[in-house]
Design a protein around this ligand. Sequence first.
Ligand code: PXG
Length: 464
Amino acid sequence: MNQIFNHAPTHELQARDAAHHMHPFTAQGQLAEKGARVITAANGVFVYDSDGEKILDAMAGLWCVNIGYGREELADVAHRQMKQLPYYNTFFQTTHIPAIELSERIANLAPADLNHVFYAGSGSEANDTNIRMVRHYWAVKGKPQKSIIISRKNAYHGSTVGGGSLGGMSAMHEQGGMPIPDIHHINQPNWWSEGGDMTPEDFGRARAAELEEAIKQLGADRVAAFIAEPVQGAGGVIVAPDTYWPEVQRICDHYGILLIADEVICGFGRTGNWFGSETLHIRPHIMTIAKGLSSGYQPIGGSIVCDEVAKVIAGDEFNHGYTYSSHPVAAAVANENLRIMEEENIVGHVRDTVAPYLKQKWEAMTDHPMVGEAKIVGMMGSIALTPNKATRAAFKSDAGTVGYICRERCFANNLIMRHVGDRMIISPPLIISNDEIDLLITRARKSLDEAMEIVKVQGLWEEK
Ligand code: PXG
């Protein structure tokens, strides 16, 4: 692998970064003091930093590098496509070959009659498309008042004004005037934190019933769609109890509500099937896709749309689109990424080999004194940190204090494992091997031990 070592020293790169580069979801001042970690190269499941450290990336970048780093075929395709046709749009009755080929491949991979793709540059943009598309669909059908979209608290659907409004992140809603009108949030199916004395099964049914109550209260003639991630990712890899999704599906069917599955994280093999909807037996009308579509090698997202919605909106001009909708280089790279995934049976590798192995190792971590529950679906997992497993107590410190300590230990041990509040989460590249899973678990356990020590020394081992 070609690592570039003749770059400026780390402290100099950090100072230049702090001077001019504004980071997403970051307190700039704090980062400027600490200095950002400078990532310089990557291969397989490892990334390298400017100090030469080799770090196991158990987050696949931001849940996206499903195929792993360093696949030269993707670079070659991008190079060829840039020389052939670096840009053209698909507005104004034009198209190009990468868009044709990618759409055909996605339609073949997607379940049921999800046969049509509208492209965006990201998951956020795709969800903005979805807001407009489902409202437009009902308007064309003579029901313009059917415009409310129901979503869930602690969901993540992106960071644009539309995507952030759909999302249920209160910290985001506090800034910049969100949510936009006609978005309604119900509670999430997070049993560990919010299940109280209920069994997970009863709790799953109760949280699904909130959807029905919301529809009745708002009026089915006002509700356009329900949007949800099959497994909540950024919210902390929250896996709903088994009773939840069948009931949600029944409710959407019964009241004639469109179902949008946000597959930005769950899509393209992450859960052991091509789509999370297949794993959880959901039948969506629209799927949001991004991330694993190109394994993050190019920015591309989109909406996979069912025949009925596509047919209805086809009768009219849909006044919507982005300069980079179906960008030829991004589309060519995504197509090559999916070709490799199919040819190398990477979804099979997940389902039959690494997901069962990781599940066994991950769930065994509940023997650690600080780990309450361990949840995992395919290659996305979370553990809840707690000072009292029996009562599922939260730490007395602000949510995230202990999680942050643990994340810092992971970083120090050359493992990228994230925290969401006091949950630790992983989503490694799908091409990870069982040996690399062993390394992941060894480093995670070491980090947990060290974090627990610090938590105790700092007097933070206290229940809320
Ligand atoms: N939907 C879901 C389910 C996502 O996870 C988006 C939409 C938005 O995609 P774009 O491409 O616009 O970022 C996402 C993105 C995190 C984190 O901290 C998660 C995402 C993005 C950034 C950070 O876990 N997910």
